[in-house]
Design a protein around this ligand. Sequence first.
Ligand code: AMP
Ligand code: MG
Length: 315
Amino acid sequence: FDPSGHRKQSKAEAKEILAEATELLAEYQMRLAAQDTYGVVMVLQAMDAAGKDGTIRHVMSGVNPQGVQVSSFKVPSSEDLNHDYLWRYARKLPERGNIGIFNRSYYEEVLVVRVHPQILAAQKIPAKLKDRGIWNRRFREINDWEHYLTDQGYRFVKLFLNVSKEEQRYRFLSRIDDGDKNWKFSANDSKERAYWDDYQKAFSEILSRTSTPWAPWYVILADDKPFARVAAAGVLAHTLIDIDPRYPAVSKEARDALQVQKAALEAEAPAGAAPDPYAAALAEKAAEKAAEKAGGKKADKAEKAEKAGKKGKKA
Ligand code: AMP
Ligand code: MG
């Protein structure tokens, strides 16, 4: 991809790549679940209307819902505020074998809380700890927490969907002009837009202070939705490929035990039924595939012969 955001791929191509990627993600998610050892946390941060929800919907479209937990973090509840600031995020960590998606995350604690000092003022931490050093401490605490979790078998996929101010204006207007999208628009969104520069500054510090070897940030250009989705799927796929989860190996003893069970089930076959109808179906499928392959080879040969013929003519 061209990093300037000018798309070389067509929309159709991006769709095709995304379809392939989601298939791969589905397979890897099954392996991740079967292995039951690593957990993946996908963190999504962005300005409003950058496409967090659409990205989640498209990227996870092929994945078994049982292996995915999406958590959307909004304004903290009074129960949240009665705990340390990481508490509510720790409670939503995915189980081993699962993918947890954080739609907004603990990064709001160094983002919206930083942009609006009154939010920090309302947090119930001791007053003397609300000094200017608090952001440095939070960066360190977040890095340490991610490091600790990495040592526990978690892998982080941190995505910043970077939408431009002009594209946000366009998308806000679409949410106002298009009645079906009205529900997506809140007056608060325009209020936050007024703090655009403060957010950009906070984001840039987050990127430089919390991109670590164990939990790096990925900045994704978000003005082009199909591109952003492919990029997000790519980063997640890369992480899963790196984990390389495997289906647990079954021991020789366990396999022998299965054969004993198989014999018992075969002995239960009613009169006239195949002892193992599944094996019969499997053999039939394999035969069909072999026939297809043979046919395909013939077609390939014919095509090659034709091409060779054309070359011959040219020469
Ligand atoms: P939305 O995701 O559009 O439903 O909006 C959720 C709102 O909750 C956003 O305005 C966030 O900035 C806000 N929010 C999320 N996390 C926090 C937090 N830790 N402290 C204060 N506000 C938050
Ligand atoms: Mg919103």
